[in-house]
Design a protein around this ligand. Structure first.
Ligand code: BGC
Length: 949
């Protein structure tokens, strides 16, 4: 039977080195079990599926990842099923060396057998040892709560990379003149590399393993290979360089073939804040190993070596991350990346001796174009100067399609804001011009898109055109590390929706291989303090499991020898000498992995990270045996951008900045507590006791030194109370008075926050935790300065570095530090997720195995909905205030449970799907708390209703 005939439609056809895999779906049917995973070569087996469905197969957090260097990869899936209390009671994983074998229900690499377990994440591969280049096809079936088996999942796969150093035959090659700088911008020209080679045909499979010191674009027989941008991305290059693995079988042909690459300076040799250019090396280099397997089983390897040809005299005359790109079409080499090109004018590539750096798999999602933005407006503030408004502050670059004149440069400038006269405001870019220049070769239309830079911008200015453009001349190409969107949130207040959108846009803008502070000025660094504050918001919005795992390796790689974590990672300078060990910034080295654990239950990550985290706490402890962190603090960034930075008539000129020792000691305590928790989870029993005791001692020292008997904390700052409360540094009886001091202090600022980037979200969270949600709601919805909606009212489409980056009628803040795309103040997103939507992870059951649903309506909002794709499946929570009732629609994924807080004084007031909640299946009454009843629910969909006075 040809499945493509009749109602069966091939939903997905994918060709791979070892066969073709097709997934068929019965057209039009949406009932359970219509998606049968079949292989062309296998017969049709009709499933007898239980209602449980298996989706989202992941290997090391990624969909069908290629080139792993993890010898025992971890597998995960999610379950869906409508029945209450649905759960997995057992699973069976099959891993096969070909699609065909898997289709025969055989796992020649691994058959886990039926394992009685509810585990759906981090299933450790335990089959045949995986060698370099191995390919694995896998699928899984699960048994439901009644012990009925599900259908097999659709198949997924992964492949191994080159995991032994001896696998690598390729040599690093550089082009001529690598370090000669271009006079205009200082950025280097891109090097071009090519290699022509014959093939007899009959290629079964060809895989390229490829990387660069710099940033590269790979080409094969005239085609761009893959859609990675700025690969191999930024790591701590002195220790580690990522390589990418791409299958190129379909691009090869009989006869002459050409593999080619463009390589730009990128982060490796380009200009970087604080260290200047050439932080890692002066010559961008390239490395490629192309492995070809023929139908007859023979193999051929083509690798970079001295036989490659190279030139730096090509069209990309300069390209830098901060600078932008200069492209001179007159210098193009037509046909350079395809057969038939005469490369005699080029030089032999220069081969470097091997080095000891590790070549590693790229485990995070690549930087890729994620969306496109068309201009909403075109103006001409000066004759011949065209300004396009993309309507959204974004990150990426533009594809420009316009008319130019031969030899007349077209200049493409980018800015986040406009001056009053409609021209670009670029003063805040500081030393990052972010200008692209295109030099046409002939008169007429051209299309240009840069290669090796990126810009933060909303406005684009074109000059030098031969003809007035239309809005179609510019297309904004938004790119960033393509971490999957995890959270979607909406409520009845359009301003809050826009705020949340701004936060997500800011997250997009700053996920560029590392979690950066900003995407536009001459900085764009993985400033640790910023992601430390923003981490939970970031993880609500996107699945950052793979991204965080990659980046925490950078953090460890750039830890100073004495244990100080860097202030930013990757750290292009020397962390032993400077930019390391700063309170709250370096503490990202304990806080971010902990957040990752809470959300993704990743014990392996904690195991890998534990020693580094412990060394950080030991460093502080060694320097401060009296447990008050006074010594060895590096720079005191303190509660950066707190209210004392604000210059407004009537606003107090001081009183917001947390005393340095209070601030630092609070983080010392918190990091120590997290290290104790990590130790306990990773089986370090003695260390767990040691750090737990140390935490208690630091807490006691903090109280003795900084906390008065009435709960007042030295400095009497909002930030100080926020930290002490949030890090649980106060005795229980002092929590209420300390909260009262926080509240009074907020009143002193006329109900505004005077907190900086480290304490704003913590103040909000503690108001929530200590029953002052109303005040938190008020600050969330304040439109007066300083507030989030004040930014919105002044035109923000992303989160600003400063509350008053731009004010209508007043103009811009100090250009020296005025980014319009900084996520730190966006950490309020965490409050919105936890209190507006009401979703909270539970430390005691990490990875959303159990979670708490506790929305706290306020601010005039009448409904809110959040969908969150947890690592165990989608959680949906939607509440409404309607017809004198509070309703909550809740979906709890199979295998998970939730504790639900409902605003009912009495149990009897709560109904679920029309009946008293106490009688509802899957619902258990737990207790009453002030004004609320607390329930435990099993997985499933619930519809609660409570009358509200
Ligand atoms: C960055 C901040 C960063 C800070 C350190 C700034 O220039 O943009 O976001 O955390 O330096 O205080």
């Amino acid at each position: 039977m040809d499945l493509a005939d009749g109602p069966w439609q091939a939903a997905r056809v994918s060709r791979h080195c070892h066969g073709t895999m097709t997934t068929y779906q019965l057209a039009g049917l949406t009932a359970r079990c219509v998606s049968l995973a079949l292989f062309v070569s296998a017969g049709l087996t009709v499933c007898t599926a239980a209602p449980l469905r298996i989706e989202n197969l992941r290997c090391e957090y990624r969909v069908n990842p290629a080139g792993l260097d993890v010898r025992t990869p971890r597998l995960s899936w999610t379950l869906t099923g409508d029945r209450r209390g649905e759960r997995q009671t057992a699973y069976r994983v099959l891993v096969a060396s070909s699609a065909r074998i898997l289709a025969e229900d055989r796992g020649d690499l691994w058959d886990s057998g039926k394992v009685a377990s509810d585990q759906t994440i981090h299933i450790l591969y335990a089959g045949q040892p995986l060698k370099s280049r191995a390919r694995a096809w896998w699928r899984v079936r699960a048994w439901d709560k009644d012990s009925q088996p599900s259908a097999w999942s659709s198949p997924a796969q992964w492949s191994m990379g080159l995991i032994e150093p001896s696998d690598w035959q390729a040599r690093w090659i550089a082009g001529p003149g690598g370090s000669s700088t271009n006079s205009k911008t200082g950025a280097l020209p891109a090097s071009m590399f090519r290699k022509s080679f014959p093939l007899p045909g009959g290629v079964r499979c060809a895989i390229a393993y490829v990387t660069a010191d710099g940033v590269y674009e790979l080409r094969l027989n005239g085609h761009r290979v893959g859609n990675h941008l700025l690969a191999p991305e930024w790591t701590s290059y002195r220790r580690r360089v990522q390589y990418q693995t791409v299958e190129v079988t379909a691009l090869l042909r009989r006869g002459e073939n050409v593999v080619a690459a463009l390589v730009g300076e990128g982060w490796y040799a380009g200009r970087l804040m604080a260290v200047g250019r050439f932080a890692y090396g002066t010559h961008p280099r390239f490395l490629l190993q192309l492995e070809i397997e023929f139908d007859d089983g023979t193999r051929q390897t083509l690798a970079t070596d001295q036989t490659w040809r190279s030139t730096s005299n090509g069209p990309i005359t300069a390209a830098g991350i901060y600078d932008g790109e200069n492209y001179d079409a007159r210098k193009e080499w037509p046909g350079w990346d395809a057969p038939g090109f005469d490369d005699h004018p080029w030089s032999p590539a220069a081969v470097s001796p091997p080095d000891s750096r590790a070549l590693v798999w790229q485990r995070n999602e690549p930087i890729q174009v994620q969306r496109e933005m068309s201009p909403t407006r075109l103006t001409e503030p000066r004759p011949g100067t065209y300004v396009f408004d993309l309507g959204q502050n974004m990150v990426g670059w533009c594809r420009v399609h316009a008319r130019g004149a031969a030899g007349r440069p077209v200049t493409i400038r980018h800015a986040e804001m406009l001056n009053e006269d409609g021209t670009l405001y670029t003063a805040n870019l500081r030393g990052a011009p972010q200008i692209d220049r295109y030099m046409p070769r002939v008169d007429g239309e051209f299309t240009f898109e840069p290669h090796f830079t990126y810009h933060g911008f909303r406005y684009v200015e074109l000059t030098g055109l031969a003809q007035r453009p239309t809005t179609r001349a510019v297309l904004g190409r938004v790119f960033h590390s393509a971490a999957p969107l995890a959270g979607r949130l909406a409520c009845s207040d359009p301003s809050l929706n826009r705020l949340m959108e701004n936060i997500v846009w800011t997250e997009r803008a700053n996920l560029m291989s590392s979690p950066n502070d900003c995407p536009q000025r001459d900085e764009r660094f993985g400033w640790m303090g910023d992601i430390q504050a923003f981490a939970q918001t970031a993880m609500f919005n996107m699945n950052l499991a793979a991204f965080a795992t990659k980046w925490l390796q950078d953090v460890r790689d750039d830890q100073a020898d004495d244990g100080r974590f860097p202030d930013f990672a990757p750290h292009p300078g020397n962390p032993n000498r400077q930019f390391s060990g700063v309170p709250a910034w370096a503490d990202a080295g304990t806080i971010v992995p902990w957040r990752a654990y809470q959300n993704y239950a990743d014990l392996r990550l904690l195991e890998e990270h534990f020693d580094a985290a412990r060394r950080w706490v030991d460093y502080i402890h060694r320097a401060n045996p009296d447990l008050i962190w006074n010594k060895g603090r590096g720079n005191d960034y303190n509660d950066w951008l707190n209210g004392d930075w604000v210059k407004q008539t009537g606003w107090p000129t001081n009183g917001a900045s947390v005393p340095n020792a209070v601030f630092a000691t609070a983080f010392f305590a918190h990091s120590t507590e997290l290290v104790a928790k990590m130790a306990a989870l990773t089986g370090h029993r003695e260390e767990a006791q040691h750090y737990a005791a140390l935490f208690n001692d630091i807490k006691a020292a903090f109280q003795r030194r900084f906390v008065a008997s009435d709960g007042r904390i030295e400095g009497d700052t909002q930030g100080g109370y926020a930290l002490a409360l949030n890090f649980d540094l106060l005795p229980e009886q002092l929590r209420p008075p300390a909260t009262a001091h926080l509240v009074n202090n907020i009143h002193r600022y006329h109900d505004h926050l005077s907190t900086g980037i480290q304490t704003t979200h913590r103040a909000m969270l503690e108001l929530g935790r200590n029953r002052h949600e109303d005040l938190a709601w008020q600050m969330l919805t304040n439109r007066t300065f300083p507030s989030w909606l004040y930014m919105l009212d002044n035109g923000a489409t992303t989160v600003w570095e400063r509350w008053d980056g731009y004010v209508r009628g007043r103009g811009f803040q100090d250009a020296g530090m005025n980014s319009f795309n900084h996520w730190a103040f966006g950490a309020v997103g965490e409050w919105i997720w936890r209190y507006v939507v009401g979703l909270n992870p539970d430390d005691a059951a990490a990875g959303w195995k159990h979670f708490v649903v506790a929305p706290k309506p306020g601010g005039g909002v009448t409904w809110a909905r959040g969908d969150y794709d947890s690592i165990r499946g989608r959680i949906t929570s939607q509440w409404r205030l309607v017809d004198g009732a509070f309703t909550l629609e809740l979906t709890v994924p199979p295998n998970t449970t939730a504790t639900v807080y409902l605003p009912a004084r009495e149990v009897g007031q709560v109904r679920e799907s029309g009946r008293p909640a106490r009688q509802a299946p899957g619902v258990t009454w737990l207790r009453g708390v002030t004004g609320e009843t607390v329930w435990r629910v099993a997985s499933g969909h619930y519809s609660f209703r409570v009358p509200v006075p």
